[in-house]
Design a protein around this ligand. Structure first.
Ligand SMILES: [Zn+2]
Length: 113
């Protein structure tokens, strides 16, 4: 619902929108429309070991041998990982590694390829 706010000056409920302003027809008060309720959250930035910004779809290189939990496999240093997906969490990169499958990495252990 996009109910219009009451006039902050006289509490009139008959405000209307005029461009980027709200206008009160009763006291002629005009004021800027507030930012949308669903204001953009401060966007999180993922950075690799060198501080470069990472984006969905980037390719990265693993910079240290990483043991895979629950298996004897190791992601070797230098492994190239294509098409990463950034996620929230302790391990903040979701990806698929050739020969290993889907797994999650920490951005601090990769660098942008
Ligand atoms: Zn008013």
């Amino acid at each position: 619902m996009s109910a219009l706010p009451n006039c902050p000056q006289c509490q009139s409920a008959f405000t209307y929108e005029d461009g980027l302003l709200y206008v009160c027809p009763e006291c002629a008060h005009e004021w800027p429309q507030a930012a949308p309720a669903a204001a953009e959250e401060e966007s999180k930035v993922w950075r690799d070991a060198n501080g470069n910004e990472l984006k969905d779809g980037d390719s990265v290189t693993v910079i240290k041998d990483l043991k895979i939990k629950g298996s004897s496999s190791v992601v070797k240093v230098g492994t190239k990982v294509k098409n990463i997906r950034l996620i929230d969490g302790d391990h903040d990169i979701d990806c698929k590694i050739d020969g290993i499958g889907a797994m999650q990495l920490k951005s601090e252990f990769v660098k942008k390829a």
